[in-house]
Design a binder for this molecule. Structure first.
Ligand SMILES: *[C@@H]1O[C@H](CO)[C@@H](O)[C@H](O)[C@H]1NC(C)=O
Ligand SMILES: *[C@@H]1O[C@H](CO)[C@@H](O)[C@H](O)[C@H]1NC(C)=O
Length: 318
């Protein structure tokens, strides 16, 4: 009897949490059209990047999907064209782990496109092992931070000439787990024991938030806005690959409480199209709402400026 009561109570609690999670998910309700606008979505080949690209294509935009996997990119554009009827959807190769590739991509965009209304810095990897890129930076930091930094800076002239335009950075709540040491940007000080993928990920996501801050300061008065966001915990293929017994039990629960990729894309879409945030810049969002960043460091203007200067040197921008 007691056991049955206990089970019922647990089911009820799970049900309440489930309803709470589903009811507080921010959904972009704006129906704005984007005919005549040009959009770039990095990592638009799958996941929430794909959902974002599809939504923006559905609104009539010319959409350029930039990713490093040609078969994903081409499959994505075919699916989007079939689903939306918008044939102005294109794939371009972009490898954020290579400055060469980024420069080539940006040159092509600057030559071919007459405008750029929305840049979605969505691509990212879940941290990385202690591996260096061809540019001699930590793989996870370059893909998630230095690469998007260089890309954004190279595309700024086009964004400015198209203003009002928007830059959106997919960061993560994980930024709250990182502490930034400017002398340890590529984790040079870590040992085998202290190095972890999670820390690389958190640090790169903190850098995304700080860059939004400094970028928005630099863009004041240009009509270009820059905001960052946390997409939420999103169901991904990672869940299907777990092999530990413990995880086999936890995964169904995680799946139940996590967002679909469509739901995960909503805050990005909101920042890309909603008139409500037309003039908002340098802010951080979750579930289509402006929220506070997780730590003091993430809103430190001086730190943001220093990080900008160092990054500029590391990507050889000047
Ligand atoms: C692209 O992704 C597919 C499937 O996920 C994978 O098999 C393939 O090796 C990838 N190609 C490249 C160039 O990374
Ligand atoms: C996004 O992040 C990149 C790299 O971290 C940075 O260059 C860019 O300024 C950021 N933009 C926004 C809107 O945060």
């Amino acid at each position: 009897m007691f056991l049955i009561a206990l089970i019922l109570v647990n089911i009820a609690i799970a049900g309440i949490i489930y309803l709470y999670v589903k009811l507080t998910i921010g959904i972009c309700k704006c129906s704005k059209h984007l005919v005549g606008k040009v959009v770039i979505v990095t990592g638009g080949g799958n996941g929430i990047g794909f959902e974002t690209a599809k939504d923006l294509a559905d609104r009539g935009a010319r959409v350029i999907i930039a990713c490093n996997n040609e078969s994903h990119g081409n499959a994505a554009i075919n699916e989007i064209i079939a689903a939306t009827g918008n044939s102005d959807v294109h794939y371009r190769y972009l490898d954020l782990a290579s400055f060469n590739s980024i420069r080539k991509f940006a040159d092509e965009i600057l030559q071919r496109e007459k405008r750029l209304d929305i840049l979605v810095n969505n691509a990212g990897i879940y941290g990385s092992h202690n591996v260096k890129t061809e540019d001699d930076l930590l793989l996870g930091m370059q893909t998630n931070h230095f690469g998007p930094f260089l890309l954004t800076c190279l595309l700024l002239p086009l964004l400015k000439s198209t203003a009002p335009s928007r830059i959106i950075n997919v960061s993560s709540m994980a930024h709250g787990l990182a502490t930034l040491d400017l002398n340890n940007l590529n984790m040079e000080k870590e040992t085998k024991e202290t190095f972890s993928k999670n820390r690389v990920y958190a640090l790169s996501k903190l850098c995304n938030v700080l860059f939004t801050l400094e970028l928005s300061r630099r863009l004041q008065g240009t009509g270009v806005t820059a905001n960052a966001l946390h997409p939420g915990v999103v169901k991904t293929k990672i869940f299907d690959d777990v092999d530990s017994i413990l995880f086999k039990f936890i995964v169904p629960v995680l799946k139940l409480f996590s967002k679909t990729q469509w739901e995960g894309a909503q805050t990005t879409i909101y920042l890309a199209v909603s008139p409500e945030v037309k003039e908002v810049s340098g802010k951080y969002f979750r579930d289509c709402h402006m929220v506070k960043v997780s730590t003091d460091q993430a809103s430190d203007v001086v730190l943001a400026r220093k990080l900008w200067d160092i990054s500029e040197k590391l990507v050889k921008l000047t």
